[in-house]
Design a protein around this ligand. Structure first.
Ligand SMILES: [Zn+2]
Length: 174
């Protein structure tokens, strides 16, 4: 396994739609393992392949929050939401690609997701609570959508401006 570099705002790759995986090969499994290691190291609870610059529909999630609980990783290949609840829930979200920015996002409280697992086996999973939010946040990434796209235009533009300015400054000679 290897740690990968996490792509950050304002990298335009984050706005790009990822393509489906044709078959879950050893190369795909290796990539999923790298993604998981990178996510745990960050640390984060979800990571999409686009966040390490790879435009494939792959997601890793481990929404276990307590430090003393065992790890419980979920690997999702080509995930799609096949049902969402009418009821909504609000969570304060953050993103490894948008460090130190947190804001409340309202999404369907429960979803059902269909995907292939790490062995290429078709699966369906009913998600609620934090896991539901996390699954929706990561699938958004595969479609080039960030959690700040769910905020008001004013809030979103403030975040985008801040990161664009920081990127510009880091390129200028000291
Ligand atoms: Zn994210």
């Amino acid at each position: 396994m290897a740690l990968r570099e996490i792509v950050k705002l304002p990298d335009p790759v984050l706005k790009t739609v990822s393509t489906p995986i044709e078959a879950v090969t050893d190369d795909v499994r290796k990539l999923l393992d790298d993604m998981l290691e990178t996510m745990y190291e960050a640390p984060g609870i979800g990571l999409a392949a686009v966040q390490i610059g790879i435009l494939k529909r792959l997601v890793v999630i481990d929404a276990v929050r307590e430090e003393d609980e065992p790890r419980d990783p979920i690997f999702l290949v080509n995930p799609e939401i096949i049902w969402s609840s009418q009821e909504t829930a609000e969570y304060e979200e953050g993103c490894l690609s948008i460090p130190e920015v947190y804001d409340n996002v309202t999404r369907p409280a429960e979803v059902k997701v269909r995907y292939l697992d790490r062995d290429g086996k078709p699966c369906e999973r009913h998600c609620d609570g934090l896991l539901s939010t996390c699954v929706q946040h990561e699938i958004d990434h595969l479609n080039g959508i960030l959690f700040i796209d769910h905020l008001s235009r004013l809030k979103r533009e403030r975040v985008v401006k801040k990161f664009a300015k920081a990127a510009k400054q880091s390129k200028e000679p000291a």
